[in-house]
Design a protein around this ligand. Structure first.
Ligand code: UD1
Length: 421
């Protein structure tokens, strides 16, 4: 298993270019199942979750080519409606193929994604929505079986603005003739990017003043050419990397308004930020990091995916900070590892209470999820000495060219494989 060896204590300085968003690209790739026409998707990041999705599409019968960030999906053999467990277990978002398959074939068999390191993460909101559209839902031998003779348009009020459920139900409704209205939906930028892609396939989707998504279903959709939006989580992580190392980092080709609340909190913490149309620069003015309290929330609230990197920053604040995780239970697995690096954190239910320390001390730590792993790397960049971050396959799911980008910014970070080295 690969690990990172980091010689910390250097201020990061320079510019990093942001690629396409993993979380936006995944459902857009799955939306290609809604048509037999060719789909061209640009700015697709080269990440493990993307490669898993390509395998799923190929397994279902699509022809997929991936070259220099451009993915071309064409009709291959007759599409299957069943996804193998081996692929679903690698990535919870595999379940998002349910919507397109159900819409096109009135049938889908998908293994239940099951538990996951950052919480139980059920799919009940997705399933209730499919039921409302007329699907029968059965759980048998670990599989969710969805079937129906005919789907009907419906008014669906989500019990929570789940990102995945909003995307899955929206994709399904695009091929259900009539008007489907989705209420209490997620407003994350990744939902907007999927709407853009679906519209370019000919879908009719609008959002009203109340934020409801209204879909006028069609009998078929065409192909698309779409460019995936910039990754706001990678953007936020590099900005925080600049902050923790008291560096001078510019992030280019990003969408600053997708990270507005993070930028507000960084200003509150005392950082000097410059923001352009598609770039953000964090400057090293901040002498003492002021404590900031945050609560994660659906967009436009503070992104749960940036909670772990922000915790690394707050570990170095001059005072006490509280971080509440209100989206996922059990998303503090990075906290005990940060404590091993000298942080002072206590966890009470969904709140982390952090008393700032002067710096991290180097240690060998283990990542147990994607964003938590990135938080440990940031701590390693600060600690003076040599730290090791193990199990970085988690980080590879969501950070494209992570060590290369950090190296360009002046970090000393190397990937090693203890077996092959
Ligand atoms: C997506 C993102 C993930 C991000 C999350 C929240 C992708 C591939 N992943 O995940 O990086 O952290 O949004 O911004 O885009 N829930 C239920 N029942 C459901 C669905 C969700 O109870 O049917 C719960 C989940 O357990 C969780 C909360 O709702 O506690 C939010 O989940 P959701 O918004 O669905 O996240 P994902 O779409 O899985």
């Amino acid at each position: 298993m690969d690990k990172f060896i980091i010689h910390g204590g250097r201020k990061l300085k320079g510019t990093v270019e942001i690629g396409g968003s993993k979380n936006a690209a995944l459902p857009i790739l799955m939306a290609t199942l809604l048509t037999d026409e060719p789909c061209i998707i640009n700015r697709v990041p080269d990440l493990r979750d993307i490669r898993t999705t390509i395998k799923i599409l190929q397994e279902l019968g699509k022809k997929v080519e991936y070259d220099a960030g451009t993915l071309t999906v064409k009709a291959g053999r007759k599409l299957k409606t069943e996804v193998p467990y081996d692929l679903v277990k690698q990535m919870r978002a595999s379940f998002w193929v349910a919507g397109p398959l159900l819409a096109r074939f009135k049938k889908a068999v998908i293994p239940l994604p099951g538990g996951c390191a950052i919480g139980v993460r059920p799919v009940d909101i997705h399933l209730k929505g499919f039921e409302k559209m007329g699907a029968k839902v059965l759980v048998q031998n670990g599989n969710v079986i969805l079937k129906t003779r005919k789907l009907n348009p419906a008014k669906i009020i989500l019990s929570f603005p789940s990102v995945g459920a909003t995307q899955n139900l929206m994709m399904c409704a695009c091929l259900v003739k009539g008007r489907t209205v989705l209420e209490n939906v997620a407003r994350e930028p990744e939902v907007s990017d999927l709407i853009k892609a679906l519209k370019s396939m000919g879908a009719e989707i609008t959002q009203d003043a109340k934020g409801r998504i209204i879909i006028e279903g069609k009998s078929e959709l065409g192909g698309m050419e779409h460019t995936v939006a910039a990754d706001r989580i990678q953007t936020g992580t590099y900005i925080i990397a600049g902050a923790v190392t008291r560096g001078d980092v510019t992030v280019k080709d990003c969408i600053p308004e997708d990270n507005e609340i993070l930028l507000d909190y960084l200003k509150e913490a005392g950082f000097d930020l410059q923001v352009g149309e598609d770039w953000i620069r964090i400057k090293p003015k901040c002498k003492k990091i002021k404590p900031v309290n945050i609560k994660t929330a659906p967009f436009p609230g503070f992104a749960t995916d940036l909670q772990a990197p922000f915790m690394t920053l707050m570990c170095l604040c001059g005072g006490q900070s509280e971080i509440s995780e209100d989206i996922f239970e059990n998303r503090f697995m990075h906290a005990p590892e940060l404590v091993r690096m000298g942080a002072n954190i206590t966890i009470e239910r969904n709140t982390a209470k952090i008393t700032g320390v002067k710096n991290f001390s180097p240690a060998v730590v283990m990542s147990s999820d994607l964003r938590g792993g990135a938080a440990l790397v940031l701590a390693g960049l600060c600690a003076k000495g040599v730290s090791e971050v193990e199990r970085i396959y988690h980080i590879d799911r969501g950070y494209e060219h992570f060590e290369d980008n950090l190296t360009k910014l002046g970090a000393k970070i190397k990937r090693v494989n203890p077996v092959t080295q």
